[in-house]
Design a protein around this ligand. Structure first.
Ligand code: SF4
Ligand code: SF4
Length: 340
């Protein structure tokens, strides 16, 4: 028992030395709300994210990932930064370089150290069938708020999570209690009413889903509510009172590296898009969905000076982009005629 506690302490210390802000542990036989997850999937609230339907025998029972495993280590890395001064908004996690590789490298170093202690490990960064948030709750990193996000008492909601499933026997941390209390700020602020109830998200209505995961045309009913958000949405994070102590990330690669004006990006070809966004989460979108999103944003906040660039797209050969560009032009013209 004493050696378990000592090894756990050393492991936590090692994680903090590697730059993670928080680290906690739970048993590999962690209790997960499998029924809730399967019901959410059955109700199709995950939209077209079909990967969430697969590998549930591992997702809901992490022991099946590594049969000899005893523990799961969870780490969190703060990515908060103020929103940059630019036309249009992007979710803070997407302002800089992609977190997957940055965290994975650190986890691999931690795995090597754990291997020296006799363990066999499997690291994860949002890439495999692992329910990171509920496991992080069990590992004492925070609680899942009414926004369904993980909340840490000190770092609020702006934490990237990483996990290591390990055969090492490590001491579980106490589970954090829910501290949302009577607050409903996240539920009230949501521009698309994506919360059918507290602690429940209908991803198909969420701007993060609509602007990132959703392929094809953005349904008309959501376009105005998307406002100036080009990629993702942080509204339910920004209003959370537990973010009042949020501090700028220590990882400089997460910081915003600038962007040309939105209208200029409408003329980009694949090379220009790749040159600017290589190594960032935005590459997931690919160029057509980027242009689609920019059209929606310009439809909501653009001016007459944006119309020539939009007209070029409206006459282009991608019907999905052309339709969004025409929608944007009509919206700008209608705003302009009303203000006369
Ligand atoms: S990210 Fe935005 S759209 Fe999605 S649930 Fe939060 S506030 Fe609503
Ligand atoms: S905004 Fe309020 S209700 Fe929502 S997650 Fe934060 S504390 Fe909880």
């Amino acid at each position: 028992m004493e050696s378990t506690v000592a090894l756990t302490d050393q492991c936590r210390q090692k994680a903090l030395e590697l730059g993670f802000e928080v680290c906690g542990f739970t048993s590999v036989d962690v209790k997960l709300r499998g029924e809730y997850y399967l019901k959410w999937i059955a109700e199709k609230q995950h939209g077209t994210m079909s990967w969430m339907e697969r590998n549930n025998e591992r997702r809901l029972a992490p022991r099946n990932i590594l049969p000899e495993a005893k523990s799961i280590l969870m780490v969190g890395l703060n990515y908060y930064q103020d929103d940059p001064d630019m036309r249009g908004k992007m979710a803070k996690y997407a302002l800089g370089k992609d977190y997957h590789k940055i965290i994975y490298k650190r986890l691999k170093r931690l795995c090597r150290w754990m291997q020296e202690q006799g363990g066999v490990q499997k690291p994860y960064v949002d890439t495999g069938p692992l329910l990171e948030k509920p496991i992080a709750v069990e590992a004492g990193l925070g609680w899942m708020g009414k926004s369904t996000l993980l909340l840490h008492r000190k770092f609020g909601t702006f934490l990237f999570l990483g996990a290591i499933v390990t055969t090492l026997d490590l001491e579980a941390d106490p589970v954090e209690q829910d501290h949302c209390g009577s607050c409903t700020r996240c539920l009230d602020i949501c521009p698309t009413n994506a919360f059918p109830a507290p602690y429940k998200l209908d991803a198909t209505r969420c701007i993060s889903y609509l602007t990132i995961e959703h392929h094809g045309s953005i349904p008309l009913e959501f376009r105005e509510a998307i406002g100036d958000r080009i990629y993702g949405c942080d509204d339910c994070l920004d209003v959370c009172p537990w973010n009042r102590w949020a501090r700028t990330t220590r990882e400089s690669r997460f910081l915003f590296a600038g962007l040309p004006d939105l209208t200029e990006t409408l003329a980009w070809d694949e090379t220009a898009f790749t040159e600017r966004f290589q190594g960032t989460p935005i590459t997931r979108l690919k160029l057509p969905r980027w242009k689609r999103n920019v059209c929606v944003v310009l439809g909501n906040i653009g001016t007459l000076s944006d119309i020539p660039a939009l007209k070029l797209l409206a006459g282009g050969d991608d019907p999905m982009i052309a339709e969004h560009a025409m929608w944007a032009i009509e919206r700008i013209q209608s705003r302009n005629s009303q203000s006369k």
